[in-house]
Design a protein around this ligand. Structure first.
Ligand SMILES: C[S@@+](CC[C@H](N)C(=O)[O-])C[C@H]1O[C@@H](n2cnc3c(N)ncnc32)[C@H](O)[C@@H]1O
Length: 227
């Protein structure tokens, strides 16, 4: 029997090959991508930029610390940001080698030399406790199969005072989006329940982090926390 982790890997392997469609959708910059963004997410480019810039907001310009990004996917959202942080020490990790191939060639084309790419599982991170000054996670927690392990591990590898920031889908904000997620995204392996609501995410994060800010843009929650 195929495990949920392998189903997810297979789903994202096919996306990794078709990364221009995925990238157009996640950035809202292609015709096909904009159709999906409106039909599923009820978002235009403005809302997309709002949640994506909110996810990077706590990382100041000139940041020089150690950053873990998980999952990096094709790097379409993060690699342009990482290019502006030449003195940071950045590790990008993803379960799918295929998605990450796109990210590492994107970084190479952009001439970025301070990123290490690693295949791995967010539920079992190969790092010591308190390794990172910041952990960034964009659109990952709705995909991870073992969310408890993912929360535990991302918290464990953060230094005290470190930043945990990112975004992902939460249910309960838009009935039509929730229906699309149930009908198409879970079945295809791109998303895995159970999902947070905005409120459950706020409660969860504020029970372990010293500072927590959670808000939604349509059905995407942005979180900015400090350990
Ligand atoms: C929706 S994509 C998000 C990628 C990127 N952060 C973005 O916003 O475009 C979800 C990613 O999660 C990765 N993923 C799923 N389960 C994972 C796991 N257990 N550990 C690490 N990455 C995982 C998938 O391979 C995929 O690249």
């Amino acid at each position: 029997m195929v495990s949920r982790k392998d189903e997810i890997k297979n789903a994202y392997r096919s996306l990794g090959k078709a990364h221009s469609f995925y990238d157009g959708m996640i950035t809202g910059t292609t015709f096909a991508g904009r159709i999906v963004d409106r039909a599923v997410w009820h978002m235009d480019r403005e809302e997309i930029l709002e949640y994506q810039s909110g996810a990077f907001e706590p990382i100041p310009s000139g940041f020089t610390g150690k950053i873990l990004e998980v999952p990096v996917g094709t790097g379409v959202l993060s690699v342009p940001v990482w290019k502006t942080l030449p003195d940071a020490d950045i590790t990008c990790l993803d379960y799918s080698e295929k998605m990450m191939e796109s990210a590492s060639s994107r970084a190479e084309v952009a001439g970025i030399g301070n990123i290490t790419f690693m295949q791995g599982d967010v539920g079992s991170l190969p790092f010591e406790d308190g390794t990172f000054d910041a952990v960034v996670s964009l659109n990952g927690f709705h995909a991870f199969p073992d969310k408890e392990a993912a929360y535990r591990e991302t918290f464990r590898v953060l230094k005290p005072g470190g930043i945990f920031t990112g975004c992902f889908y939460v249910e309960g904000s838009n009935i039509r989006t929730d229906r699309m997620i149930r009908t198409f995204y879970i079945r295809s392996g791109f998303f895995t329940p159970p999902f947070e609501t905005e409120e459950s995410l706020r409660e969860r994060l504020s029970s372990s982090f010293s500072e927590t800010n959670v808000y939604t843009v349509e059905s995407i929650a942005v979180f900015n926390c400090r350990k």
